[in-house]
Design a protein around this ligand. Structure first.
Ligand code: DMJ
Length: 632
């Protein structure tokens, strides 16, 4: 009835009755509320939104504080997420929070709110600490608690001339890789050595200089002092953490957090501490899920996080949320803020409690329900570094983290019982487990496990120690076979043990090598543990193969087929080549007193972190409460 009178006539002029005016006002105020509410659902970039909502008001937090979970943002331009050659992850345009997940998130709105509050508190504290230099432990305190000098008596210089020569060669390789990055890709994330330009990629959420941050410690331990200084200057002047892109929590943690932490612990340069505390704080919102299991992707600017589009049912990935512990414990140590340790302790507790098929840890877990999403278990991609971080957490805690130790050895037992196999030709390998069915394939990534089983050997049950050392040697031998059976003497991305294959790739798509470190990493650990000269010999074979097939005019490149003697290059110099592959080679040809293993634990990107000698640190003034957890 009201509407019949409306066209072209203003309401006051229509002589409306009081009740009609009331209905009209009600309608009008509803309309205004609706328009304002709609602002929350506009993309971040819309100007109107920036005018009406204050900058700090993260849409994610706002939505959650109303008990609503917001759909993850869509990438403006980009491809659907997939695992790139090299196991790297690309961001999907497809939001992966399902309807069910949203409903569940709504029903736990209060819990979410508490977590967001905690995160905000931590943000404030971390920012303050970052700016004020922090209330936590310092470089000096850690240094006083080391058993030996970090760089040894003479920077680990070996005594025999051949090893000196080989080590010098590795140093020259680092210099070559670095100089070309510097020349053609400075400030970008990685070098494309054939096209001589930089690559930014989609893993680091707008952060730049991945190769610089990943290389700091390698340059430092190799004594490439001027290059290290330039890298440090860049971090100081150009490492901008106020980026607003979509980052992999895992990749940012292992490369940037790990790289900055180790640079700080090796050099004491305050800029690294300040940057790493600032960055650590930006990662916290990823943990604001009903279970506290972080999602895989985070917008470092807004704090919004979501799951990889390809990970089924919005799940999080074991190797990602299980590879934060070492770095986060150190973030708590340096900031004096226990929140980082609490976040990773919570992950650990959930994993410990949850029922595991045959004692195994599947690769996908829902951050909403805390249940496994499928039963695929792997010591390669998607699973690998979770196991690595269990034993390394135990070692880094000065052997006090009994929970990590117990979980590591029972996981290893389950892996041995269900996944470790012997090929007809007598090669020991770790197969993949898919709901009880074995896939007789081992990935290059899984070759880190030779070193892992090796460093854990001495801490297992006394009657198992020799067995573990033998197992470590056998796995490392198999991985070496995957190299020596190819034309290039470099190993494929994955090799098989079925259909007549023995440590060789059968599929075209598995034949590439992208400068990965895992096989060389195991040589390095096995050398330190046994001093069997074969490991140095195998390392040298790898150097020769890298020089012959991967070195190009302007850097190092991965290759597309390790079985083809005329190689085709992939035009990528991965940052982990400088961070891991060359560092492990250098350590392999150095004396054991360069970064001794009784003081240092390497994160999964080969960044050395000092063992936390808790009581010693406290004696030197470190706070006691960085390990506190929230009351249950
Ligand atoms: C590195 O970034 C790390 O070692 C990670 O744990 C696995 N993949 C690459 C190297 O292959």
């Amino acid at each position: 009835m009201v509407f019949r009178k409306l066209p072209g006539v203003s309401a006051p002029g229509m002589g409306l009755r009081l009740s009609q005016k009331f209905v009209f006002l009600l309608f009008l105020s509803g309309l205004v509320t609706l328009c304002f509410g709609a602002l929350f659902f506009l993309p971040d970039s819309v100007r109107l939104k920036r005018i009406f909502l204050s900058k700090n008001e993260s849409p994610a937090v706002t939505a959650r504080s109303e008990g609503e979970a917001r759909d993850p943002p869509r990438k403006a331009a980009g491809e659907p997420l997939k695992v790139e050659a090299g196991g790297k992850l690309r961001v999907s345009r497809r939001p992966s929070v399902t309807h069910d997940a949203r409903t569940l998130e709504r029903s736990v709105g209060t819990q979410e709110r508490t977590q967001v509050d905690a995160v905000d508190g931590a943000r404030d504290a971390a920012t303050r600490d970052g700016k004020e230099g922090g209330k936590g432990a310092t470089y000096e305190m850690f240094k006083k608690c080391l058993l030996k000098p970090a760089l040894g008596v003479d920077r680990g210089k070996p005594s025999d001339p051949q090893t000196v020569q080989r080590r010098d060669k590795v140093r020259e390789m680092m210099k070559f890789a670095w100089d070309n990055y510097k020349h053609y890709a400075w400030g970008k994330n990685e070098l494309r050595p054939l096209t001589r330009n930089g690559h930014i990629g989609t893993m680091f959420g707008g952060l730049r200089g991945a190769t610089i941050v990943d290389s700091l410690d390698t340059l430092y331990i190799m004594g490439l002092t001027e290059d290290y200084q330039e890298a440090k200057e860049w971090v100081h002047n150009n490492l901008d953490l106020n980026s607003n892109g979509e980052a992999s929590l895992f990749e940012v943690n292992i490369r940037y957090v790990g790289g900055l932490l180790s640079a700080y612990y090796l050099t004491g340069d305050e800029v690294f501490k300040q940057k790493v505390l600032e960055l650590g704080e930006k990662l916290l919102p990823a943990f604001s899920t009903p279970t506290g299991i972080p999602r895989g992707v985070i917008n470092l600017g807004s704090g919004t996080s979501w799951s990889w589009g390809w990970a089924s049912a919005g799940s999080s990935i074991l190797a990602e949320f299980g590879t934060l512990h070492l770095e986060f414990v150190h973030l708590s140590e340096l900031s004096g803020n226990p929140i980082y340790t609490e976040k990773v302790t919570n992950i650990r507790k959930l994993l410990d409690k949850i029922e595991k098929p045959h004692g195994l840890y599947p690769n996908f877990l829902s951050p909403v329900s805390g249940n496994w999403v499928q039963h695929h278990v792997s010591l390669g991609g998607l699973g690998d570094s979770f196991y690595e971080y269990l034993i390394k957490s135990y070692l880094m805690s000065d052997k006090t983290d009994e929970e990590a130790k117990r979980m590591y050895y029972s996981a290893l037992e389950a892996i041995e019982a269900n996944m470790v196999q012997k090929s007809p030709g007598g090669l020991t390998y770790v197969a993949e487990w898919r709901g009880g069915v074995l896939d007789h394939k081992m990935g290059h990534l899984a070759c880190f496990s030779g070193g892992m089983v090796g460093i854990g050997a001495d801490h297992g049950a006394p009657e198992k120690r020799q067995h573990y050392l033998d197992l470590a040697a056998e796995i490392t031998h198999t991985c070496h076979e995957s190299y020596s059976r190819s034309a290039t003497k470099l190993g494929p991305e994955a090799f098989r043990f079925d259909g007549g294959a023995e440590a060789t790739a059968t599929r075209l798509s598995d034949r590439y090598y992208i400068l990965r470190p895992e096989v060389i990493e195991s040589y390095m650990y096995m050398w330190r543990l046994t001093h069997d000269p074969k490991y140095r010999q195998w390392g040298w074979e790898a150097v020769e193969a890298l020089e012959k097939h991967c070195r190009v005019d302007s850097g190092y490149s991965g290759i597309r087929d390790v079985y083809a003697s005329t190689v085709s290059h992939d035009n990528m110099q991965q940052s982990f080549f400088l961070s891991e592959t060359l560092k492990y080679l250098y350590l392999l040809f150095s004396d054991d007193d360069l970064l001794p293993l009784d003081d240092w634990v390497f994160n999964t990107e080969a960044h050395p972190l000092p063992i936390v000698h808790k009581s010693c640190l406290q004696e030197h003034g470190a706070p006691r409460d960085t390990q506190q957890t929230h009351p249950e």
